[in-house]
Design a protein around this ligand. Structure first.
Ligand code: ZN
Length: 425
């Protein structure tokens, strides 16, 4: 018994029509027309024996016959064509990437050789670039995703705590708001930092401002919940938050100023910026560090909080190291352009540290509530939300002062994008 391909002139029960592919009834010309009228005929092994047609309850597309392979290929191509049509319609052209020698100096990163976005990208290009692998993509996502994690934790707290009327929770409210704001601002800064040299500076001014405000959130939560017993109601305790506001102003001013030294004095710029962030960190954590030293012999209670605070301090030191050392990309320039360079590790380390800090603050807040309310008093609206608003306004004013000369310098909207020339600014 065999199956023979023949040109059939009639439809009978002994003949299977050959599947002729997509567009059969659409009058498609060309290769498909060859399929018209081609049939498979069933022939018995023994002459004279009555042909037997198997009864099948599923369709058979017979292609493994004479010319079947070519037909199969044609079917696949036709199928791909049919599928590709909507994909072509939806395809968005991603912006090209550049090497370090193709972009102005102000956009260059230490030991990062490739994967740079266009130095005059549009806002849409910047947004699209977050879905394209370049040397900023991981920087964007390592702070954008944690924003949602901290927001989720904040929402859970909103459902379990009474932030509206329970004044004891207000320092935590300020802290939670600020740990959501700083990674989001950083993510936006990394996304839109390649629209122009001026916009790059302004984006990072906001990034530094958000980090400064985060230091105020740390000071507020530590001042109200994590202060050692012996320092509660001391002069330092009473002036802790106002001094922290002064620190945010110092930090924002110095870090913004450091950007103007970046091209001429890169090392001095880096040292100033590092110092701008290390000073508030040392001030905020000094009482906590004192408490950890005091409690190292045990007997202070709330060991969960202290272990979380210790993890946070370890990650804070690691974060500072990664920010200043530029490792591992300094050891192998160009190897870590897209994945694994120090700024990505710095982001991850900062976020993990913030997670432990949040756990420590919440553990202290819960465990020490009765004692703190009895001995330290309750936080006031002006001392928490009022201080946050005052600090926000003052820091925005500083950012405005540094941004104004850059905004005046902003050129008119650029002409359609071209390939950049190799020039240094
Ligand atoms: Zn960053």
């Amino acid at each position: 018994m065999c199956v023979r391909v023949s040109h059939c002139s009639r439809w009978s029960s002994l003949v299977f029509p050959v599947w002729r592919g997509i567009g059969l009834g659409a009058g498609v010309r060309g290769g498909w027309s060859q399929g018209w009228g081609r049939c498979l005929q069933w022939e018995p092994d023994v002459p004279g024996r009555e042909a037997w047609l198997p009864v099948l309850d599923y369709p058979i597309w017979v292609v493994l016959c004479q010319g079947g392979r070519a037909r199969l290929r044609e079917v696949c191509q036709r199928g791909r064509g049919a599928i590709r049509l909507p994909a072509d319609m939806l395809r968005i052209k991603l912006p090209p990437l550049f090497d370090i020698h193709q972009i102005p100096k102000v956009f260059r990163e230490d030991s990062i050789i490739s994967g740079y976005r266009h130095p005059k990208s549009s806002a849409l290009d910047c947004l699209l670039s977050s879905f394209q692998m370049n040397n900023e993509t991981i920087n964007i996502w390592t702070h954008f995703l944690p924003t949602w994690y901290f927001l989720w934790r904040f929402c859970v707290l909103c459902s379990t705590m009474n932030f509206l009327t329970d004044s004891y929770t207000w320092p935590l409210l300020v802290y939670m708001l600020l740990i959501c704001v700083y990674p989001f601002t950083s993510s936006c800064a990394h996304t839109f930092s390649t629209m122009s040299p001026e916009s790059r500076h302004i984006c990072y001014f906001f990034d530094y401002g958000a980090l400064s405000l985060y230091s105020l959130g740390c000071a507020m939560s530590y001042g109200y919940y994590a202060m050692p017993d012996c320092l509660v109601n001391s002069w330092l305790h009473q002036h802790f938050v106002p001094i922290a506001i002064g620190n945010t102003l110092f930090c924002t001013s110095l870090s913004c100023y450091s950007r103007f030294l970046e091209l001429q004095f890169p090392q001095r710029s880096k040292a100033l910026r590092t110092g701008a962030f290390v000073l508030p960190f040392i001030f905020d954590t000094a009482p906590l560090f004192y408490r950890i030293v005091l409690c190292s012999g045990g007997g202070c209670g709330s060991s969960d909080a202290l272990s979380s605070h210790c993890y946070h301090l370890l990650f804070a030191v690691l974060t500072c190291f990664l920010f200043t050392a530029h490792l591992p990309e300094r050891l192998a320039p160009g190897r870590f352009d897209y994945i694994g360079h120090s700024h990505q590790l710095f982001h991850v380390s900062a976020v993990v540290g913030t997670h432990f800090q949040m756990e420590g603050v919440m553990a202290d807040m819960t465990a020490r509530r009765a004692w703190l309310v009895a001995h330290g008093g309750t936080p006031s609206f002006l001392g928490t939300i009022g201080m946050l608003v005052a600090s926000l306004v003052l820091n925005l004013a500083i950012i405005g002062i540094f941004s104004t000369p850059l905004l005046w310098k902003l050129p008119p909207p650029p002409p359609p994008r071209r390939t950049p020339k190799c020039k240094e600014q």
